[in-house]
Design a binder for this molecule. Structure first.
Ligand code: PLP
Length: 428
């Protein structure tokens, strides 16, 4: 019998390339039919066949307080009736900017945009404009959205497709991007020694989440900070994923390192399109209308999306929020590790705050290269088995997972019951 998901997928492919509006949703990496979602609440969502799943992608990070939280929904409704978009400033945008500056102290000034891609792209332009240099440094396996300069051996969906660069990015653009190995401090030293005076910026995910979860070593980030300062390059932390996810102050608060610019997204919109970039005021002053670096947006700081963001940021500031989130995430990964051990499947897992990684490998990966050694086929079998049992993981072996404040002990226990069945399938 054809399921509603299959019917919708067949129909979607007629009008939309690959049937989806963002590639990883297509299940190309894991095979099978994408689930079409009809509604979500708390830690769950339901597909077009009315099957319920425990959701561990949370819209790829934003749904940190759980889906359809009443406070967030009410804030959106209240804002919507006052008007959807003005194209003129509002007080809520000031509140959002003030809050971000207070919660992430390296940010003295911030500008709101509508997507992480836009924020990262704008941060690069600002770094280049402020330094008068062209070269940017990024790291293999880090994803910063799909701006041309950053689609140079980018990770995530592209990695899944085994395609090191995107068609349509001119060689002339790509040649300004240096792609180095994550966690290789020596290579960074060598690169700065050879061309430090030409490097505008280094952009990095301080906790990487787009090649599965990979922690930066403190030495790697400290070396990066020192070299950028020495050579007058701008250090950009892309915290679109890790910001307000691994800790209230982001990964930079965990490592005690202040970047010059920070890129934010996901959680700050609470499920609606809000992203931001910000940092030192003496860099931000280069932006139009004050300076010569142009950047703009019709829907930037939109009143409805900002209302969702403010309501979400209010909830995550509750005392103990991140302790509880990290505790639940730890329970999940420890439970999964035990279940895997009992089944004899080579597996390990890691978590930082409310973000986790699952690795079908005997040891935790420490680099992009060791990450690529994980058993993708084992992940794919596990993915489908646990999906059948009602748990929705990211449909790729190279993506991180996300826990929300609504994933209570009962939800984690149900997940672990499903996981035991799925590990048994992998074990054969
Ligand atoms: N930077 C990082 C670290 C991300 O994880 C993502 C998206 O997953 C982006 C940038 C791009 O954000 P968006 O998808 O909102 O354009």
């Amino acid at each position: 019998m054809t399921s509603n998901n299959e019917t919708l997928f067949a129909r979607a492919q007629q009008s939309t390339p690959g049937g989806v509006n963002s590639p990883v949703r297509a299940f190309r990496s894991v095979g099978g039919t994408p689930r079409f979602i009809t509604r979500a609440e708390g830690p769950y969502f339901w597909d077009a066949d009315d099957k319920r799943y425990i959701d561990y992608i949370g819209s790829w990070g934003p749904a940190i307080v759980g889906h359809a939280h009443p406070d967030v929904v009410r804030a959106v409704q209240d804002a919507a009736v006052r008007g959807l978009s003005f194209g003129a400033p509002t007080e809520a945008e000031i509140e959002m900017a003030e809050l971000i500056c207070r919660l992430v102290p390296s940010i003295e000034q911030v500008r709101l945009v509508s997507s992480g891609t836009e924020a990262a792209m704008s941060a690069l332009r600002l770094a280049r404009g402020a330094t008068g240099r062209d070269l940017i440094v990024k790291f293999e396996g880090c994803y910063h959205g799909h701006a041309d300069a950053l689609l140079v051996k980018a990770g995530s969906g592209l990695l899944t497709f085994g395609n090191p660069t995107s068609a349509g990015v001119p060689e002339d653009f790509a040649k300004h991007t240096l792609v180095l190995d994550y966690n290789d401090a020596q290579q960074l030293e060598d690169t700065f020694r050879d061309m430090g005076e030409r490097i505008a910026c280094v952009i990095v995910e301080p906790v990487a989440g787009n090649m599965n979860l990979l922690r930066a070593t403190p030495e790697f980030l400290q070396t990066m900070r020192r070299l950028c300062t020495q050579h007058g390059a701008v250090l950009i932390f892309d915290e679109v994923m890790s910001g307000f996810r691994v800790a209230l102050g982001g990964a930079q608060s965990l490592y005690g390192i202040q970047p010059d610019l920070t890129v934010l997204g996901k959680v700050i919109g609470g499920g609606l399109p809000v992203a931001a970039f910000g940092g030192r005021a003496n860099l931000m002053k280069h932006l139009a209308p004050l300076g010569g670096v142009y950047q703009a947006g019709t829907l930037s700081g939109n009143p409805v999306t900002v209302a969702a963001g403010l309501a979400t940021l209010a909830l995550i500031q509750a005392p103990g929020f991140y302790d509880r989130l990290a505790a639940q995430t730890t329970k999940l990964v420890q439970g999964l590790s035990t279940a895997a051990q009992d089944s004899g499947v080579p597996f390990c897992a890691d978590a930082v705050g409310g973000m986790f990684g699952l690795y079908f490998a005997p040891q935790l990966p420490v680099s992009h290269a060791t990450m690529m050694e994980c058993d993708k086929e084992a992940f794919n079998r596990f993915f489908h088995a646990i999906l059948d049992a009602g748990v929705y993981l990211a449909p790729s072996a190279f993506e991180a997972g996300f826990v929300s404040a609504q994933h209570d002990d009962a939800v984690i226990a149900d997940t672990l019951t499903a996981a035991r069945k799925a590990f048994a399938v992998v074990a054969g």
